[in-house]
Design a protein around this ligand. Structure first.
Ligand SMILES: *Cc1c(COP(=O)(O)O)cnc(C)c1O
Length: 482
């Protein structure tokens, strides 16, 4: 039981005796309302935790006002809300990198989301052949589209491209040798290193050439009766510049064929349309690699393709059949959710004239600098008002990146806000920038920018709806004032 009301003296130190019981709090009208809303389990648990926390604070000296019942019930309500908040949040990507690996990579098309909702709220024909009524194969839902879009004879899909490479190597080269140029032994995202994947697949890596130069003769010399595969890896997240030499897929395809070997190509960020048609730097297409004579090509679903996390494997019927038959295929298979997204996304490619509008990643990459600058102008003044006088805000030209290992050296002309303390070189300016970046990250829809050149830069290329930023400026101002 709580202490009688007369004994509570405002402004004085609380004592343990004044803490009410869980039962008492939950029987009060506000407590009952919380239970009505969330059920007894969550509310009782939060109530016990709250009282335990207060018990410890009481011994450290706590104002008695915090033990009044309305204050306790408000604290309990806030705890329930907090306990139910998801740590997984939609954020606003103003980093200037369109396909940002840490921010979920490709944004999905409305058509793809609609298909997920339509298919996942009921049973579907994931592995059921509606024609024969017999068991079906999930690959068959996307294989015809992938073949049509890449010119390949056959296709299969797994969980991501790392899995696609692992499975391809395991199926085609376990216990055998795979020849790769030293200039292509890539590491992606800190955990995917070609030599390690090779080992994981039970294949032996034979490195040829040097970091900057590999010649056809290097490959030729490395071929032996133990060789299964020549592998070409697209060096997607870096570029070797200066004196370089590498052997193209066309020459390697001829060599592989003459030597009775297979040629595999890990494209990484395989594009399905010629990006130069949209005024963007050209990336190699999966169709190019198939046309040139690669036996198998692997690429990601959530990089330039603009779909879900997935690993796409296209190639000759014979090779794809071997890959499908490998037991790892079952372990690495794609789940129905991304498969539904992938199928709907691939279907968008059948109407290429509409693609730049429908595929968010492509739409963002195609945004003109003047359109981006207009957004920057629109958000500049309100942002300036919210941050004055601690920070200055100006519209400046910027350079966006495509990201996720695509086109590592190309930049897209962009614009955004450059935010800095009035004296950016003064001591404490760095701390002020970090404080601002933290306040932006703490918003209900966190805003992620990039600190460089003594400023916090917000590239607004990916800000399609400025109100998402504008509506949060009052909250930002409050956080910074606190
Ligand atoms: C990104 C990338 C991968 C890994 O693809 P995920 O879909 O992220 O698993 C593998 N190889 C290359 C060349 C890549 O660029």
């Amino acid at each position: 039981m709580a202490a009688p009301a007369e004994s509570i003296v405002h402004g004085s130190q609380a004592t343990l005796r004044q803490l009410p019981s869980v039962d008492r709090l939950l029987r009060l009208p506000a407590g009952r309302a919380l239970i009505e809303q969330h059920g007894h389990t969550l509310v009782a648990r939060q109530c016990r935790d709250l009282l335990e926390q207060l018990r410890q604070q009481v011994s450290a000296g706590l104002d008695v006002a915090q033990l009044e019942e309305p204050a306790l019930l408000e604290a309990l309500r806030a705890r329930c809300v907090q306990a139910l908040a998801s740590p997984f949040k939609r954020v606003i990507n103003l980093t200037g990198t369109v396909i940002h690996t840490n921010l979920g990579r490709a944004l999905l098309a409305d058509e793809a989301i609609a298909q997920v909702v339509a298919l996942m709220t009921g049973p579907n024909n994931l592995e059921f052949d509606l024609h024969s009524g017999a068991r079906g194969d999930r690959d068959s839902l996307v294989e015809p589209l992938l073949c049509r879009l890449t010119g390949a004879e056959a296709a299969t899909v797994v969980n991501n491209n790392a899995a696609a490479v692992l499975l391809t190597l395991a199926a085609l080269a376990r216990g055998k040798q795979v020849i790769v140029s030293r200039g292509e032994l890539v590491e992606i995202g800190g955990a995917f290193r070609m030599p390690d994947v090779m080992r994981g697949a039970g294949a032996r890596l034979v490195e040829v050439g040097t970091t900057n130069a590999t010649h056809l003769a290097d490959y030729e010399r490395a071929i032996s009766e133990r060789t299964a595969l020549i592998m070409k890896v697209h060096t997607s997240n870096y570029a070797i510049e200066g004196f370089t030499s590498s052997v193209g897929e066309r020459e390697l395809a001829a060599l592989a064929q003459a030597s009775n070997l297979l040629l595999a190509c890990d494209l990484g960020s395989g594009s399905l349309v010629d990006l130069s048609k949209y005024g963007l730097p050209r990336e190699p297409l999966a169709a190019d690699m198939i046309g040139i004579g690669c036996d198998v090509v692997t690429f990601s679903g959530d990089k330039l393709l603009g779909g879900p996390q997935a690993g796409l494997i296209v190639g000759t019927r014979k090779v794809i059949d071997r890959i499908r038959a490998n037991p790892l295929k079952r372990a690495l298979r794609i789940s129905k959710l991304p498969l539904a997204v992938l199928e709907a996304t691939l279907r968008l490619y059948l109407e290429p004239e509409k693609l730049a509008q429908r595929l968010p990643t492509l739409r963002l990459m195609c945004r003109t600098q003047s359109a981006i600058r207009a957004v920057a102008e629109q958000v500049c003044e309100p942002t300036r008002r919210a941050l004055a006088p601690r920070y200055t805000v100006q519209v400046v030209d910027m350079a966006s990146q495509i990201g996720s290992g695509s086109l590592p050296v190309d930049r897209l002309p962009s614009a955004g806000l450059r935010i800095a303390p009035p004296l950016p070189r003064r001591k404490g300016a760095g701390a002020a920038l970090n404080e601002l970046a933290a306040a932006l990250r703490a918003l209900p829809e966190p805003v992620i920018g990039r600190i460089s050149d003594d400023a916090l830069n917000l590239d607004v290329r990916c800000l399609e709806d400025p109100s998402r930023l504008l509506s949060q400026l009052p909250a930002l101002a409050r956080t910074l004032a606190a």
